[in-house]
Write a protein that binds this ligand. Structure first.
Ligand SMILES: [Fe+2]
Ligand SMILES: [Fe+2]
Length: 180
């Protein structure tokens, strides 16, 4: 389960690279691929916000209940998940407006995009460096079995990094492979 979440972090990191490239394009006044930006944000809200984070929340809640004396880590994680979701929604709304030809100050878009990337990256780094190692050492095989059984959400295959790329993520998938 932790291994799958770790793999998802690697996938998210690749998408953050796509966002960084687009941020760089906006800054240097090169053509910006707003569709691609939108696809990345759609994917993150579809898979990351609705599957990856809830799965982590389930594990952290369990950890807090049975292992942890101090709940600062879990509180921070839950808060960060909410912040990431909120920042993603705001950014997606902005990109949608641009795609509908609304005039949006580019400074505003760059600031939001940059803070979204920083937020996501910092959150993942915190999980990878502090939270996951702690979970690895403190949860037993039995705990993981229990957690897997309690994980109902994950039914579908990943629409971008799974066995088959869904039609709506074809462009994004091609673009990532080009930069791999
Ligand atoms: Fe997370
Ligand atoms: Fe995560």
């Amino acid at each position: 389960m932790l291994q799958a979440l770790h793999q998802e972090h690697i996938n998210i990191a690749r998408l953050l690279d796509v966002l960084r490239q687009q941020l760089f394009a906006i800054r240097s006044e090169h053509p910006v691929r707003y569709r691609l930006l939108k696809d990345v944000l759609s994917y993150l809200s579809e898979v990351s916000d609705q599957c990856h984070h809830p799965q982590e929340d389930l594990i952290y809640d369990y950890y807090l209940k049975y292992r942890c004396q101090d709940d600062q880590i879990t509180t921070r994680l839950h808060q960060e998940h909410e912040l990431v979701v909120e920042a993603g929604k705001e950014l997606a709304a902005l990109v949608d407006m641009i795609l509908m030809d609304a005039v949006i100050p580019l400074d505003q878009l760059m600031a939001k995009l940059e803070s979204f990337i920083v937020l996501q990256q910092r959150h993942m780094d915190f999980e990878e460096s502090e939270v996951f190692p702690e979970l690895r050492t403190s949860l037993t095989e039995d705990d993981w079995r229990h957690l897997e059984q309690n994980w109902h959400y994950r039914t579908a295959d990943d629409p971008l990094f799974g066995r088959e790329v869904a039609e709506r993520y074809r462009d994004l998938s091609n673009s990532i492979s080009l930069h791999a």
